[in-house]
Write a protein that binds this ligand. Structure first.
Ligand code: ADE
Ligand code: ZN
Length: 335
């Protein structure tokens, strides 16, 4: 691993905590909860991580999260992720979770949230990693279900900074969730949405105009619409790009053809993220390392991507300035 990337202070802004479920931990928790997995071994499970598209992945992802039953399970899952990224110089995380994926299995809202939140609090104390939690609505379900989920979240608003939108994109446009996003924003939540991963550029426009999001998760398909690219660049709208996810889900055919250089060339504010690292073959540093050759391993461009991650985070001005100064100090010390 490139040692410049390893030590570079950075934030992760697009990370599904359920997507950090490593097969070893999945088997361990399955045993603890008396669940039999439909795979013989860790290796057999890992072999199943071969996807042709987003839906292929989601089918396995929802099956995997079925093992998560107790608050301790969510704590252990989150702590395992935080230990890994602490070793990767990650200084701030904004973590997605999918409450509806747990509620429909009879797991209470607070069971998942409290387990995730207490691990984050512990990591803030132990590792100095600051954090936010974003609850995502599953877009393959209807808006009424999202509204019910938002109502469940309100008593826990002190632990949640924002709402997001994930799951099967095609056929589930942002417009389906206009009302619930309006309500969430009125309640003081930040708003983000997956858009333009498999869906058309029109879905990105809807996320901006109807959901009034502050970041676009993925956003790849914006490159098909020059006017949209100019709009995103003018507003410096953050895109949380996930290179290894894009290759594993066949959004791009080969990492060599990843559109990151074109995005930077167009003046877009790109951040690098891992999405579902246990399924896609790498955590944050592996994602930086994957795109580094496309930037000729230029350290100043890698550092700029890390700066973008802090600029695009829902952070207080003071913490943001301190983390940006850490990047500058790190870059100076390397040269
Ligand atoms: N849920 C978890 N990962 C996702 C992704 N990459 N796109 C949409 N929904 C997701
Ligand atoms: Zn995602």
């Amino acid at each position: 691993m490139n040692s410049f990337i390893n030590g570079l202070p950075k934030a992760e802004l697009h990370l599904h905590i359920e997507g950090t479920f490593e097969p070893e931990l999945m088997f361990q928790l399955a045993e603890r909860n008396g669940i039999t997995l439909p795979y013989e071994s860790v290796d057999a499970l890992r072999k199943a991580y071969d996807f042709s598209n987003l839906q292929d992945f989601l089918d396995i992802y929802y099956q995997g999260m079925n093992v998560l039953r107790t608050e301790q399970d969510f704590y252990d899952l989150t702590m395992a992720y935080l230990r890994r990224v602490h070793a990767q110089s990650v200084r701030h995380v904004e973590i997605f979770f999918d409450p509806q994926g747990h509620l429909e299995r009879g797991i209470g809202f607070a069971t998942a949230l409290d387990g995730i939140h207490s691990a984050l609090q512990q990591a803030e104390k132990e590792f100095g990693i600051s954090f936010g939690i974003i609850m995502c609505f599953l877009r393959h379900l209807d808006e009424a279900s999202a509204q019910e989920t938002l109502a469940l979240a309100l008593p826990h608003r002190d632990k949640i900074i924002g709402v997001g939108l994930d799951s099967s994109e095609r056929g589930n446009p942002p417009s389906k969730f206009e009302k619930v996003f309006a309500r969430a924003r009125a309640e003081g939540f930040h708003a983000v949405a997956h858009a333009g991963e498999e869906g058309p550029p029109e879905y990105i426009v809807e996320a901006l105009d109807l959901l009034k999001v502050e970041r676009i998760d993925h956003g790849n398909s914006c490159l098909q619409d020059r006017t949209l690219v100019e709009r995103l660049a003018d507003f410096q709208m953050p895109l949380t790009v996930c290179p290894l996810s894009n290759t594993k889900l066949c959004v791009v055919d080969d990492i060599k053809n990843h559109p990151l250089p074109a995005m930077l060339e167009a003046g877009l504010r790109v951040t690098i993220n891992s999405d579902d690292p246990a399924y896609f073959g790498g955590y944050l540093n592996e994602n930086y390392a994957a795109i580094s050759p496309l930037l000729n391993n230029d350290q100043s461009q890698l550092a700029e991507l890390a700066r973008n991650s802090f600029r695009s985070a829902f952070l207080s001005g003071e913490r943001q300035q301190a983390l940006l100064a850490d990047v500058d100090r790190y870059v100076t010390a390397q040269n």
